[in-house]
Design a protein around this ligand. Structure first.
Ligand SMILES: [Zn+2]
Length: 309
């Protein structure tokens, strides 16, 4: 639908990837149990992509047409920070009048009006290898150095100021009987404001080795900026809220620590996020969507698409 990307229409953003490694759900990938459907990425956010398609399908086959051109962009690398789709999202989003993101609803149907910024880093420690039995004292362990750095990194977490750091993955070493000369770990940073992003980024970059004969290197950067509600997004929220009332539910906005593709342009283009389906447990093996949320959430999206001007 719509013309080219160079217009001022509505951009619907969805992603089709998930965090679960292939095979993690075994044979029972798709299970319907009462109001619940379990499956990999079903809540975050295949359900959201599904209702967007249903809304567009209904619009295509009806006589009522939207006044704005509609684009839908389905990406497949959102969960890893959108390295290949970011420029596509920015190109499509920069010329959009509104952006609607079908990430899952939160806490019983709330939509997202602000998000923390996300930083992704890799910390590398290098040491000196040695035989663990023959010349232990000549070595300098990269793993031990990393252990010390992890404590410093995780201690930068400050809930009161809205800063969290998580070392999510670690690997290093070569053998049980070798003092390791290499270790690496990933850090996920979440911040409430751009000011905090700069502060914590610089703290990470000034990490210094604590042992002799070791080095600490840092790669990475802020990946998605913090997304706070602008006046224009507030107005869009108010419109959506009136539509939701007509559909038959109350729309509540909330803040979340999770980043999304909606964060890239939210400061410039009025954005509503979390318009997807309701459910529980995104990124877990028990992730499920509520079947009862499909119809109302789809109706809200359809109303937004048809009535935004
Ligand atoms: Zn998602």
């Amino acid at each position: 639908m719509g013309n080219s990307l160079s217009n001022t229409g509505i951009l619907i953003l969805t992603h089709l990837d998930t965090v679960h490694p292939h095979g993690s759900f075994g044979e029972d990938r798709f299970v319907i149990d009462g109001d619940r459907v379990t499956g990999p990425g079903i809540l975050d956010m295949k359900g959201g992509a599904y209702i967007a398609f249903q809304a567009l399908k209904l619009i295509v086959s009806s006589t009522q047409k939207p006044s704005l051109p509609i684009h839908i962009l389905c990406t497949s690398d959102e969960e890893v920070g959108s390295p290949t789709s970011r420029s596509l999202i920015e190109d499509a989003g920069n010329s959009a009048k509104y952006i609607l993101v079908t990430e899952p609803a939160r806490d019983g149907g709330k939509i997202v009006i602000s998000r923390r910024g996300v930083g992704r880093y890799k910390i590398i420690t290098r040491g000196l290898a040695a035989h663990a039995g023959v010349n232990h004292k000549d070595g300098s362990s990269a793993i031990r150095e990393m252990a010390n750095q992890i404590l410093k990194i995780e201690n930068m977490t400050d809930y009161a100021r809205g800063v969290t750091l998580n070392v999510g993955k670690i690997k290093g070493g070569t053998a049980d009987n070798t003092i390791s000369d290499y270790c690496e770990a990933t850090v996920d940073l979440r911040v409430e404001s751009s000011k905090l992003a700069i502060e914590i980024d610089s703290n990470l970059r000034s990490l210094k080795p604590l042992q002799k004969n070791t080095q600490v290197l840092i790669e990475g950067k802020m990946n998605r900026p913090p997304f706070s509600q602008t006046k224009e997004s507030r107005e869009l929220f108010d419109k959506a809220s009136a539509f939701a009332t007509e559909v038959g539910f109350e729309l509540v906005g909330m803040h979340t620590g999770g980043g999304s593709d909606g964060s890239f342009l939210a400061e410039k283009v009025p954005t509503l996020d979390g318009l997807g389906v309701d459910g529980v447990g995104p990124h877990t093996l028990t992730e499920y969507l509520k079947i009862s949320s499909l119809q109302p959430r789809m109706n809200l999206l359809r109303k937004l698409i048809l009535n935004l001007t």
